[in-house]
Design a protein around this ligand. Structure first.
Ligand code: SF4
Length: 386
């Protein structure tokens, strides 16, 4: 069932820019990125051109997008901090000249701690409007960093965070990873304490997945990976520990102090709309999903994105919003999609509630931390009872 409330000219949206360059490939990573930095100037020109004209995405997006409120811009990758500061500022200038950013629009850049000239780079980025930074740490423990093939040290991460803060960027997220070869609750605690000592506002923590086609997949048998139960235990420990430090666990993998949620990503979980630009970037506009191929040269040459079917239907809204701590208000959800949830659905909710996997209060259904761990199977079972 499609979303019965399509976007209006007042519906905010976000822009995602995929920066497909990395100085080296981490052995566990399957994000689209390569080392052809000689193509960086042509890539930047192509991104700016596409933002200005929407020519490549003309089958999906029209110029009415230029008039809608722009709530967030997110540079992800890849390694956006490989963009020279002037190139980043140039893209942001194009965004501001073409779209209507809200006065408080969130502008995030993912950065790698091995970046050079940190102070100057952040100062230019802040001047260009960047007000949020996401830094990849994964682990503060040297042996775990080595096992992950991460370049740089925890000290580099500290310098990066301090340089961003020194440039006036206060909204800073640090990435952690769970399930690293050799990781234990004690080493995880050391990484969390390191992050908390930096005065950041946000933590994202992802469980390591062995992705097809990665070096880790080929070496899987030789990796000293913690087993599933150990990872689950560490996840629950992390949730409790960060909560005890005053953080809000607002999405399966995301924590923040105060109201410092990642607004761009939060909008994905609310089934909000976004335009993704760059090779491998995905978009969701006017009820349709589409993406650019993982092909840098093709993107530069003007290749159009590929249709990925309709989006924003009833099931998708349910499964995305249940990832967040505000969950789904069932009466509102029924009203929005004009249907009635079945008695079997509510019986399943009761069973999960009895097992401590969901809470159901005043019509609002939320997953607990244990429920987040099993979210895929819980959500599938609930959808099956609609
Ligand atoms: S730096 Fe980030 S995007 Fe690049 S290979 Fe490593 S994990 Fe992947």
């Amino acid at each position: 069932m499609l979303n019965p409330h399509p976007p209006t000219p007042a519906t905010p949206f976000g822009i995602y820019v995929h920066v497909p360059f990395c100085a080296a490939k981490c052995p566990y990573c399957d994000f689209y990125s390569g080392r052809e930095t000689s193509l960086l100037p042509a890539y930047v020109d192509a991104v700016k051109e596409e933002l200005r004209t929407l020519e490549r995405a003309r089958d999906f997006a029209d110029r009415s997008l230029f008039l809608r409120p722009l709530a967030s811009v997110y540079f992800g990758g890849g390694t956006p901090s490989l963009l020279p500061a002037e190139a980043l500022a140039g893209i942001l200038r194009t965004v501001k000249e073409t779209y209507r950013p809200q006065p408080d629009a969130e502008i995030t850049v993912e950065v790698n701690p091995t970046m050079e000239n940190k102070e100057a780079w952040f100062s230019s980025a802040a001047e260009a409007g960047v007000n949020r930074v996401s830094v990849g740490l994964q682990s503060a423990v040297p042996a775990e960093r080595k096992a992950l093939g991460r370049r740089g040290t925890a000290e580099d991460v500290k310098e990066t965070v301090f340089a961003a803060q020194g440039a006036g960027i206060r909204n800073i997220s640090v990435d952690l990873m769970l399930g690293i070869p050799g990781q234990t609750p004690e080493t995880l605690r050391a990484s969390m304490d390191f992050v908390l000592s930096l005065g950041v506002t946000h933590v994202s923590a992802y469980i390591l997945k062995i992705e097809p086609g990665t070096v880790f997949e080929k070496r899987k048998e030789k990796l000293d990976l913690p087993d599933e139960d150990a990872v689950a235990e560490m996840y629950l420990y992390m949730c409790e520990y960060l909560k005890a430090q005053g953080m809000r666990h607002y999405e399966i993998s995301n924590f923040c102090f105060g109201d410092a949620i990642g607004r761009h990503n939060f909008s994905y979980w609310q089934c909000g709309e976004y335009l993704g630009v760059g090779p491998a970037a995905h978009s969701f506009l006017n009820g349709r999903r589409f993406f650019y191929e993982r092909d840098l040269a093709g993107f530069i040459a003007g290749a159009a994105p590929v249709d990925d079917g309709p989006g924003g239907d009833r099931d998708e809204v349910f499964l995305l919003t249940l990832r967040t701590d505000t969950g789904v208000c069932l009466p509102e959800f029924e009203k929005r999609f004009s249907f009635t949830l079945s008695p079997a659905f509510y019986r399943t909710v009761e069973t999960y509630e009895a097992h401590g996997l969901v809470t159901y209060n005043a019509g609002r259904l939320c997953l607990t931390a244990q429920g987040f761990l099993l979210s895929n199977s819980i959500i599938s079972a609930l959808l099956a009872e609609f």
